[in-house]
Write a protein that binds this ligand. Structure first.
Ligand code: FE
Ligand code: MN
Length: 367
């Protein structure tokens, strides 16, 4: 069987025989560069190997943004953290808060990376979104690297830190919640072509971008950054700031993707699905509050577990709004300094350690 390629600019048809056709050429190739035919999911007509012309410029912007924020964990100095960790200046409660949060993040980043590459990537049928997903996947690898680097620097028991997601119930419950969503999309008969399948796919996206990266990470960010605010564990704090900046882009991309799929598939975002998503987010909020209370059994300077109930509700409301759902909590942000932290441009005087305006290539010196 021969396939025909049509080049609209030249009105030329080229017939490829099976022998000359590249093996990766999908049989459905028709008009090339038909931008309007691009679709975020279930696109059968546009070759996903052809990035340009772009249709979803937001995906490309997130990609460029991610590249401009490139950083490596090993470039963050850890000397002061090592000194403090070895000293007797941290209480047992403070050490336990740090360890629990490292334990959560150490594996959570891998769960996100695996969901991204094994569950999401295959079903997103658009080249510019895939370009972003590849960048994000690398950033998740860098984040896992950061927690490994922190463990190594502080000479922590890595086996214990990386196994907490099996051993600490409040971590295990958050991760099980996410892993179920990954399995839903990994099953062999899964397809986004049925309305039920597409709903499951959207649920996975909301579960990872909105809940995992948008809610489950935030108590941990606040707890770890609170040390940085007191000028303690500033190496960990600096890495968390870089991670938080990356995660902000992941969340923004995820929300654009979720809302884009909703727009392109009228009927998908039904009142029933919206109600289910509100319930799912409410369940996640309870898991996150339980996690924060578990991390702070004896309190921590400047914090009590009750504030996390307000904080997680506040964060969840912001996420709900962005995917077009009604807010559920109406709580105030008890940690306004966290919003300042997200905008690293303002950070320079706020935190006293080095904060690099990281642009790619800035680390290259030829002397
Ligand atoms: Fe991450
Ligand atoms: Mn992420």
């Amino acid at each position: 069987m021969n396939s025909t390629l049509f080049f609209p600019e030249t009105d030329t048809e080229i017939t490829l025989t099976n022998e000359s056709a590249p093996q990766t050429m999908p049989p459905s190739v028709g008009r090339l560069h038909n931008v309007d035919a691009k679709r975020l999911v279930n696109c059968d007509t546009v070759d996903v190997n052809q990035l340009a012309p772009l249709k979803y410029s937001w995906a490309w912007e997130h990609y460029i943004n991610g590249c401009n924020n490139h950083w490596m964990p090993s470039e963050v100095p850890m000397g002061r953290d090592i000194e403090l960790w070895r000293s007797d200046k941290l209480t047992d409660a403070e050490r336990s808060v740090i360890l629990r949060n490292l334990g959560f993040f150490a594996t959570a980043e891998s769960l996100v990376a695996n969901n991204l590459t094994l569950a999401i990537y295959k079903h997103v049928t658009n080249a510019e979104c895939r370009q972003y997903l590849l960048r994000q996947a690398f950033e998740e690898a860098i984040h896992t690297h950061a927690f490994h680097y922190i463990c190594e620097s502080l000479a922590l028991d890595e086996k214990a830190v990386f196994n907490m997601y099996r051993e600490v119930p409040s971590i295990a419950r958050k991760d099980e919640f996410e892993m179920r969503l990954t399995e839903d999309v990994l099953s062999e008969d899964f397809s986004t072509k049925t309305p039920e399948g597409l709903e499951r796919f959207l649920t996975n996206l909301i579960g990872f971008y909105v809940i995992m990266e948008g809610i489950f990470f935030y108590s941990g960010f606040a707890m770890l950054l609170s040390f940085h605010r007191r000028n303690q564990m500033t190496g960990i704090g600096e890495q968390i700031q870089y991670i938080l900046r990356d995660e902000t882009t992941h969340l923004n991309f995820g929300i654009d993707l979720i809302n884009g799929i909703k727009e392109e598939n009228p009927g998908l975002w039904s009142p029933a699905l919206q109600a289910r998503m509100i319930e799912t987010i409410r369940t996640a909020v309870e898991l996150e509050i339980a996690y924060a209370e578990d991390c702070l059994p004896r309190g921590l300077t400047g914090f009590n577990a009750g504030q996390f109930r307000d904080y997680v509700g506040f964060i969840a409301d912001r996420r709900l709004e962005r995917i077009g759902l009604p807010i559920q909590y109406g709580t105030k942000n008890p940690f306004p300094w966290m919003s300042e932290t997200i905008d690293l441009g303002k950070e320079k005087n706020f935190f006293e350690t080095r904060v690099t305006e990281y642009q790619n290539g800035s680390a290259l010196k030829w002397d």
